[in-house]
Design a protein around this ligand. Structure first.
Ligand code: BG6
Length: 477
């Protein structure tokens, strides 16, 4: 595995710790090697020492010196400037002894370097039928730029060799939702407009833009989170049962959902989307600055740090069921969840007012992964009083195995050639097609994003988006 951007944050905080876990659990072939690649001129020893420091910090109690010593033997470092063909010859020499083996090139660099990196890999003879390339987001800024990246990478790697990563698909709870939906007969009959009232997908973060201000200001929450993570989650909820778990069978069904998303007119953008930007407030009890005072953000920035959208899917299964999407930085809690709200019973013999007996399935990805089904049950005692209980459908206890981090799962899938949890080109482009009219309408609008105080659930307009349908966001229920 060759990690481009090898000294970067993602490699140090996520990828190397993920690989460490897989090494510790005996999931790596004895002769598997990991090569960090970056422009910096450091020795292997220096690179390993930096990696050790970060992994120890990130892994905490999971870090074990003896395990690390074994893992570190797999690590190498190669200085490569993506623009410099000669550096790729050096890389080829390092990898040469392993010609013919599976090679995974993980591009965790600026997308502007993807084309030249692939070209240089190819010219150095490093792209073989057993080679794979993993592309980290952002994959473009809009449909056109994403097509350019896909065309460029596609010159050197076939679609079956391209692994577009969306780490939300690697989360255990998301895969558990697939298992729940398609492994059981129970849910499928209910999984449709007749029984589902609304779906809510929230990915809320407590963090602000941190050190990524300059990048973030050109991106915004719609491109950073909705175009990829939230739409992928929506696909997993809304897709028809695929004929198998085969990558193309699953991705065909997701694509159909993306293509069936109702397109937004400028008027829809005004009434069915909310964009927000945080102002100074508090996070975790500490005062925090507003977005415009963060490093790298121009004082006049109109970039959104919060989005809420009412999406609709034009199919027989989902016509008329709102899918509410919401994501933001500097929100009250770190919370990522999918909520399926089922309809009320047609008539309550217990005299409960509408909405009281709501059956609800809540799939949590953050802060912990869980899956709960909320039902009404009789409270013990004389009277026929009902109370809400939840069935825990998350069988961590029963299976007694460690949960894999999203990146662990996805990295090893790339090594093993499993594409199911990666995004195909046509899916990615369909997602861009759907978000582009929203971007355009926002750009043309003279309105600024609505403000919200850091540490809250976003602008008031976000609640109003649901209350127009007589609904409210799950946490406010
Ligand atoms: C990334 C975004 O894709 O996902 C970040 O670029 C965001 O802005 C992150 O913070 C959230 O991922 P997670 O797994 O921490 O919810």
């Amino acid at each position: 595995m060759v990690l481009f951007g090898g000294t970067g944050d993602l490699v140090m905080r996520k990828l190397l710790p993920a690989l460490y876990h897989q090494h510790r659990d005996g999931q790596m072939a004895d002769d598997a090697r990991i090569v960090g690649v970056a422009r910096t001129d450091v020795t292997r020893e220096e690179y390993v020492a930096t990696a050790e420091k970060h992994c120890a910090e990130y892994l905490g109690a999971d870090f074990d010196q003896k395990v690390w010593a074994g893992f570190a033997r797999r690590l190498a470092y190669q200085r490569v400037d993506a623009q410099n063909a000669a550096h790729f010859a050096d890389l080829a020499r390092l990898l040469d002894e392993h010609a013919g083996r599976v090679r995974v090139y993980y591009l965790s660099t600026a997308p502007s370097l993807f084309t030249i990196t692939c070209e240089n890999l190819s010219n150095a003879g490093l792209v073989t039928p057993n080679s794979r390339v993993v592309l980290e987001k952002p994959l473009g800024h809009d449909l056109e730029s994403s097509q350019q990246i896909n065309d460029a990478v596609g010159k050197y790697f076939g679609e079956q060799q391209i692994y577009r990563i969306d780490h939300y698909l690697g989360k255990e709870a998301v895969q558990n939702l697939l298992a729940l939906r398609f492994g059981n007969a129970l849910f499928e009959p209910l999984w449709r407009r007749e029984w589902v009232r609304d779906v809510q997908i929230t990915v809320a973060e407590q963090l602000g833009v941190e050190a990524r201000g300059e990048f973030y200001d050109k991106t915004g929450a719609l491109r950073d989170m909705v175009q990829n993570h939230l739409l992928q989650l929506l696909c997993i909820v809304a897709m028809e049962p695929p004929s198998s778990i085969d990558s193309n069978a699953v991705r065909d069904e997701k694509l159909k959902v993306l293509r069936a998303l109702k397109p937004f007119t400028p008027n829809d953008v005004a009434t069915k989307t909310v964009r927000g930007q945080y102002r100074a407030g508090a996070s975790g009890g500490q005062p925090v600055p507003g977005y415009l005072d963060e490093k790298g953000i121009p004082a006049s920035s109109g970039t959104e740090t919060f989005v809420a959208i009412k999406a609709e899917i034009d199919t027989w299964r989902w016509a008329g069921v709102p899918f509410f999407l919401r994501t933001g930085k500097r929100m009250q809690e770190k919370l990522a969840e999918i909520v399926i709200n089922f309809r009320d019973v047609p008539h309550s013999i217990f005299g409960l007012p509408a909405g009281q007996g709501l059956n609800r399935l809540v799939i949590r990805m953050q802060p912990e992964e869980s899956m709960k089904l909320y039902l009404l049950a009789k409270q013990p005692g004389d009277a026929m009083n009902l109370g809400q209980v939840n069935l825990n459908l998350d069988f961590e206890e029963s299976f007694k195995t460690r949960r894999l981090e999203a990146y662990e799962r996805l990295l090893m899938d790339a090594v093993r050639g499993r594409l199911t949890l990666f995004v195909r080109r046509d899916e990615q482009e369909a997602a861009w097609r759907w978000v582009e009219p929203i971007i355009e309408a926002w750009e043309q609008s003279t309105d600024k994003p609505k403000t919200y105080t850091a540490g809250t659930w976003g602008p008031a307009a976000s609640s109003a988006l649901l209350s127009r349908d007589g609904l409210s966001w799950h946490e406010e229920a």
